[in-house]
Design a protein around this ligand. Structure first.
Ligand code: SF4
Length: 734
């Protein structure tokens, strides 16, 4: 006898006839999933699959990784370098030698006429670490501009700045395995199931084995908030107030870890003086979380034997982003939750290699977390690269978010964009459009010729994607993992590594500064430079990394020589007492006064505008917009609006509306949902000419990261617009 539904239409997984699998690491988000790319007998890439024995993802991939193989033949890829004299003219194809000669001569012309820093470079978190290292050597050692930054300023700069202020160095101190040891997780502005689905799966698996409280702080009822034990729907931009109130309760009730504080920190008295101002009653009026809940959460967190914070853009993309990170570090330090299993403050990074750029690109300094401000570091790198240390600037130049205003004012005349798309990703894109128009010379280097910023390029360089090349990425938990070349670059594309090397020859024809020929050789240089530093990778090489499915730094040559297993090489940082990177080896407890400086909703613009990600898409959709299954599930921009607010405005579900800020407008489909409160709308940030027409992007004073999540808008219905058009016609007639 048969039970259940007859197997009428069983799901059949098509046999892709894969004859060969290549090991790689997913090239989208910072989770760092190990992935294999399958080719058929003709060499065509036809499939992707997860790697079962990789500790990060343990056989799982999210929607983006699953369709990663579709990127290799996706539409919009560049095929050959393109050149034009003036914006608005059609591009003409050219050959590589001419393109790179022209680029070098334009950079030299601009630097000769206006000074070295008049040419700027903005790179990415997407290319391989060996490529970052090479770009850093080229930019710092040969081109010599100090206006060099990465697009990671839009996502991770506050985390970097906060870690440096608290601990004396960048470097997330925890790891995913901490979920398996923790007794309490607080997730701040981090919608893991949509942003980092596989990290969420690691958290969920830990929760299923061993129950512990999950507390989510987010103004929106995000997917993770729906699974939380406690959701704190905080007023936008007031994280620091809530953090101060939690510390107030902890100190008031004596829940702090006095022994840890005495052995590891400085600044307790100054911190106490500030948090004394933030009793829960006062804080509740500012942050919108009631005082009993503040007390309850403070006790839950501080009494847990090990507790962790995780956070993403909800903290970082704020005018108090760096302070928000310091606040989380303060909480962790007060309760002794750093450097122990399950006790950490773990910034979940954004792009697949945001960590690689932080470690090796020389954007904010010199490679291996060295500082331009430190004469010994300048000397050391100058000697290693064979560059006069006096050639290096003595302090870091402009951040990405300051480079664009410097173009507006004429301080910068030329720009090189490497795998980044500011015309979609930057706040207030109407202003960015005008800014790009002002450039005398813009080079866009990207795998996709149809990416929006290319509209303003004079020169386009077609780059290889991800597994068309070889090198490493570092993920959120400091795990270095390798990408092997699955297939040669398409058409006449070149790897970013090759482009940097060939451009270097135009600046240094005698080869005084050595540029390794292969990524593996570049990795050898990085290993040597890392020796003895806290991000020591001297025990690693590409083969060992692949064999271990990724190795967390630090992993030293001595550990390798002693045959120590790479794991748990660098699971956690700051495991020893007083092992921080300030001069006295202690972490700083830093008081955080609160200044309410966001744009606020008012009568004219009554809604908070919040922005964020969708699980189907990555950043500006340059790639996921081309993949059928990603695009099919999320094809158009939309706006979440609370049903009560919608009813008041007369907006119906799935009706198009116009969302307006002081900067511009965007037409979006209204989705009625209780995920947003009555005074907030949410629009995903992936779509071109959409939400970033509205955003203001006030900058954090420490990190220069923009506040994408706190601005004011109004919503106009189609009827409003018809009425307005009619009124305007009538006025004209009158
Ligand atoms: Fe790739 Fe991130 Fe998805 Fe993993 S979670 S498959 S790294 S996009």
């Amino acid at each position: 006898m048969l039970f259940g539904r007859p197997r009428k239409n069983p799901i059949i997984i098509a046999d892709k006839k894969v004859s060969d699998w290549t090991y790689a690491t997913c090239g989208y988000c910072s989770t760092g999933c190990a992935i294999e790319i399958g080719k058929d007998a003709t060499g065509k890439v036809v499939a992707s699959r997860a790697v079962g024995n990789a500790d990060v993802n343990r056989g799982k991939l999210c929607l983006k990784g699953m369709y990663g193989h579709e990127l290799f033949n996706s539409p919009g890829r560049g095929e050959t370098p393109l050149l034009r004299q003036h914006i608005g003219q059609p591009f003409a194809p050219t050959h590589w030698d001419h393109a790179l000669d022209h680029m070098a001569s334009e950079i030299k012309r601009i630097q000769g006429a206006y000074g070295r820093d008049a040419f700027a470079v903005v790179s990415t978190g997407q290319i391989l670490t060996e490529e970052f290292y090479t770009l850093g050597k080229l930019t710092r050692g040969l081109i010599g501009t100090n206006n060099y930054d990465g697009n990671t300023t839009l996502c991770m700069a506050s985390a970097v700045s906060g870690y440096k202020r608290s601990f004396g160095s960048d470097g997330p101190p925890g790891c995913y395995e901490d979920f398996e040891h923790t007794h309490c997780v607080m997730a701040w502005g981090s919608n893991l199931p949509e942003q980092h689905p596989i990290i969420y799966w690691r958290l969920k698996e830990a929760l299923e084995k061993r129950k512990f409280p999950l507390i989510v702080v987010d103004p929106r009822v995000t997917m993770i908030a729906q699974f939380a034990d406690i959701h704190l729907p905080i007023r936008p931009g007031t994280d620091v107030v809530l953090q101060n109130a939690l510390m107030h309760v902890i100190l008031d009730e004596g829940l702090q870890d006095n022994a840890y504080i005495a052995a590891n920190t400085t600044g307790l008295e100054e911190l106490k003086a500030e948090v004394a101002n933030w009793d829960p009653t006062t804080a509740a009026k500012v942050c919108g979380i009631d005082e009993d809940t503040i007390r309850h959460v403070a006790r839950l967190y501080a009494n847990a034997p090990a507790a962790m914070h995780i956070w993403t853009m909800g903290i970082n993309q704020s005018t108090h982003g760096s302070d928000g990170v310091v606040g989380l570090n303060n909480l962790a330090l007060l309760t002794g939750n750093i450097g122990k299993p399950g006790g950490t403050a773990l910034s979940i990074t954004g792009q697949c290699n945001a960590m690689g750029t932080r470690e090796w690109s020389s954007c904010s300094g010199l490679p291996g977390y060295r500082a331009l401000e430190n004469p010994e570091h300048r000397e050391e790198i100058g000697k290693f690269w064979n560059v006069d240390p006096e050639f290096f600037p003595k302090k870091r130049g402009l951040f990405q978010t300051d480079i664009f205003p410097a173009i507006e004012t004429g301080q910068i005349k030329g720009l090189w964009l490497v795998a980044t798309n500011p015309l979609t990703s930057m706040p207030n894109t109407a202003r960015i459009r005008k800014t790009l128009e002002k450039l005398e010379f813009l080079v866009v280097q990207d795998a996709y010729a149809d990416m929006e910023s290319n509209q303003y390029a004079h020169l386009y360089l077609p780059a290889a994607i991800w597994a068309e090349k070889e090198g490493t990425f570092t993920n959120t938990e400091r795990r270095v993992n390798v990408v092997r070349q699955a297939t040669p670059p398409s058409a006449s594309c070149k790897s970013d590594f090759q482009i940097f090397n060939e451009l270097a020859q135009r600046f240094d024809p005698d080869g005084n500064v050595h540029f390794p020929e292969t990524p593996a050789r570049a990795f050898e240089e990085m290993r040597a430079l890392s020796k003895g530093r806290h991000m020591d990778i001297s025990g690693m090489d590409h083969d060992l990394i692949e064999k271990n499915r990724g190795i967390q730094w630090p992993y030293t040559a001595a550990q390798r020589d002693n045959n120590e297993a790479p794991l748990p090489g660098g699971k956690r940082l700051y495991t020893e007492p007083a092992s921080f990177y300030h001069g006295d080896k202690r972490a700083k407890l830093i008081p955080l006064p609160f200044i309410d400086n966001n744009e606020q909703p008012d009568n004219q613009f009554p809604f908070w505008l919040n922005t964020g990600r969708l699980v189907e898409h990555f950043h500006t959709r340059t790639r996921t917009g081309k993949v059928g299954n990603n695009n099919k599930f999320s094809p158009i921009p939309f706006m979440e609006i609370n049903p009560d607010a919608a009813a008041e405005l007369g907006v119906r579900h799935q009706e198009y509306v116009r969302c307006v800020s002081k900067r511009g407008d965007a037409v979006v489909m209204a989705m009625l949902t209780q995920r947003v409160p009555r005074d907030m709308v949410f629009i995903p940030f992936h779509f071109f000419d959409c939400v970033n027409r509205l955003t203001l992007g006030l900058l954090d004073p420490h990190s220069r990261q923009p506040a994408f999540k706190q601005q004011a808008v109004r919503v106009e219905t189609i009827a409003d617009q018809i009425g307005a058009a009619r009124l305007s016609r009538e006025l004209r007639t009158y």
